[in-house]
Ligand binder design. Sequence first.
Ligand code: 3EB
Length: 356
Amino acid sequence: MTEPVLHARRGSRANDAVASPVAPQPGANSGHLWAVRGANLAQPLGRLCLGAHAVEPTDLAPILPVLGEPSHFVDAWCTPGPHAQGRTGALHWRHGAEWLFGAMQVNEDEANPQSLRQRVQAAYLDLFQALRDTGFAHPVRLWNYIPRINEVEDGLERYRRFNIGRQQAFTQAGQAAFEGAPAACALGTRSGPLCIGVLACRRPPVPLENPRQVSAYRYPTDYGPRAPTFSRAALADIGPGRRGLWLSGTASIVGHATVHPGDPRAQTHETLANIETLLEVAAASGTRIGRDDLVLNVYVRHAEHADAVRDVMAQRWGARAPALARAVFLQADICRTDLLVEIEGHAVAGPSPSGP
Ligand code: 3EB
């Protein structure tokens, strides 16, 4: 069997991704990438650790309460070796032949309200420097976990400060800040440093937009002086016959406006409608991914809304929907104060990496 170039495995122990019975063989189709949630894996490039501590410098471990059992998960991003690893500025990275994962933790200067924008800009400049130095020119997916995201500092919300620094860095580094921006999510933590993770490729992904929504990079200035820098989703080749889909954080937004403020059930329906639309857009571009293939992280602003969100997902997709069974629910702040739920994730189209 040909091994995928990249995969991601989701497991519930921090070291689930350390030893694997299906470890890719060195040299096998070294361009492939895959992502599988749930099993063991040899040396991953890096991990998103939810409710779990970082073990390696390329682990991204935001402090977020996991709602339900088990209390901790890891999504390990894996690609055949040999790997190279290093650090560029604040970014710790590891890469194979075609894929790179990087993670960083950024501390702020508590005394300086300008520090978030400045630190975000510097962090993203480090990240782009790392991508240039290693030859992984194309960020595919970014994960942003921002402490106290909705707090207002000196008259401007911290998410809006984050957006200024991020867009400045993209522009300064010559990265696509509008059409062609990577997929991303941005969630709020109550404590800990700013955590940024990146999955990058040697070849450019295909960005997707949602026809129900204004592109985030074209949001009017009602939502802040600089628009957020992300595409609604990204598609990329990840192995023989396989395509990866990365869904950006998706919420109850139609056009550029939040809809159903105060109503977690209606927000969940709208969010799922947005995700379903993105799957249709992917299908129209030639990548058929069903909702059963989705590996999702569900963030609720208020832990007590988790049951309602889960219930709406079950109503809409079926009580036994595989995407619901493997979804992880977390408590996080969301980048608009009127948003109660945000869902992000990934999926793989094509033959299963662990299949015969
Ligand atoms: C939205 O659609 C909801 O700033 O990187 C979703 C995904 C959101 C990514 C980001 C923000 C970001 O605008 C918020």
